[in-house]
Design a protein around this ligand. Structure first.
Ligand SMILES: [Zn+2]
Ligand SMILES: [Zn+2]
Length: 315
């Protein structure tokens, strides 16, 4: 499925099987989970994508050469020599390339990927279970770790990442407060089923102040809403790659050592830590499966909030 022009829809196209270059593997794609970032790319909110582009950065596929099952995440390549790469922050690499954005991704039957950035999928997870872990899980985990030892964590937006992280948080003895679009009782119900101790519309204040909040939704006004619900010393973590403008707010909301920070991309070390962390857990995800040629429908359902859990394309 090809994006020829941002703002348009994807086009079903017949392409030659890509040829792996140095350090690359050729994967027969099994499935690819859909991420909100894919929407930002397709809708033209992220600048300068590769064009034409095969979107998708939560790919599970079989290495044609070795038959090993691999996962391909958002971080597709880094330079290895810039100041960020040399200080354990390859997520900020000046020359980084991203799967399904500046590199072709997994909305396809075949994909190539740099083997050094792929993860081996644990045998205990089916491909469909593993695909949502590759961005929602990995980058979500990085955001989750930015909340430190917060005991009460608010999640703004309860989709693909939140459904995974709530399980980690519970296992760590944290309480998750889920905020959805006002009136989205299906999402609130889903949040409770997955382990949130409380769920309501984002206009409703939580029963007690939060130690941290993670914003998964792309509405910048939620940053201010979250700040209002935060206790002293609390942190708001913005986990998305794109957000609408944050409205002005009184300094009083930030006072008392509250912090607002973003989380960008992932490092390979995040991925290793995540897979190690979930080795002793069983992460369950709710998924809606679409055939590849219905990718536009999957994106539309995500855009319009018709989806509970994760959308997944099956080849
Ligand atoms: Zn670099
Ligand atoms: Zn993503």
């Amino acid at each position: 499925m090809l994006l020829r022009r941002p703002g348009g829809s994807l086009e079903l196209a017949e392409m030659p099987v890509p040829r792996p270059g140095t350090d690359q593997v050729l994967l027969r794609v099994d499935c690819c989970a859909v991420c909100r970032t894919d929407l930002h790319v397709v809708d033209g909110e992220l600048r300068d994508p590769k064009l034409p582009l095969v979107p998708g950065h939560q790919i599970v596929g079989i290495d044609e050469a070795t038959n090993v099952r691999l996962g391909v995440p958002w971080l597709g390549w880094t330079c290895g020599v810039c100041a960020f790469c040399r200080s354990g922050r390859e997520n900020l690499c000046d020359a980084a390339r991203f799967t399904g954005y500046t590199l072709d991704g997994g909305y396809a039957e075949y994909a190539v990927a740099d083997r050094r950035f792929c993860f081996r999928i644990p045998d205990t997870y089916m491909s469909e279970e593993a695909a949502p872990l590759l961005c929602a899980g990995l980058i979500g985990f990085r955001a989750y770790r930015m909340t430190g030892d917060a005991r009460r964590i608010g999640f703004y937006g309860f989709g693909s990442a939140a459904q995974i992280l709530v399980q980690l948080a519970r296992a760590d003895g944290r309480d998750v407060f889920a905020f959805t679009r006002d009136g989205d009782t299906a999402a609130q119900q889903f949040a409770r089923e997955m382990g949130a101790v409380w769920a309501a519309g984002s206009g409703t204040p939580p029963p007690e102040p939060l130690d941290a909040a993670i914003i998964f939704a792309s509405d910048g006004s939620l940053v201010v809403t979250a700040l209002r619900n935060l206790g002293k010393g609390g942190t708001v973590v913005c986990a998305g790659i794109h957000m609408s403008d944050i409205p002005p707010f009184p300094y009083e909301l930030l006072w008392n050592e509250r912090t607002i920070r973003s989380v960008a991309n992932l490092t390979r070390a995040d991925g290793e830590a995540f897979f190690q962390r979930i080795a002793s857990l069983r992460i369950e995800t709710r998924r809606t499966v679409y055939p590849l040629d219905r990718a536009n429908e999957a994106l539309a359902d995500l855009r319009d909030g018709r989806l509970v859990g994760t959308a997944l394309l099956k080849m």
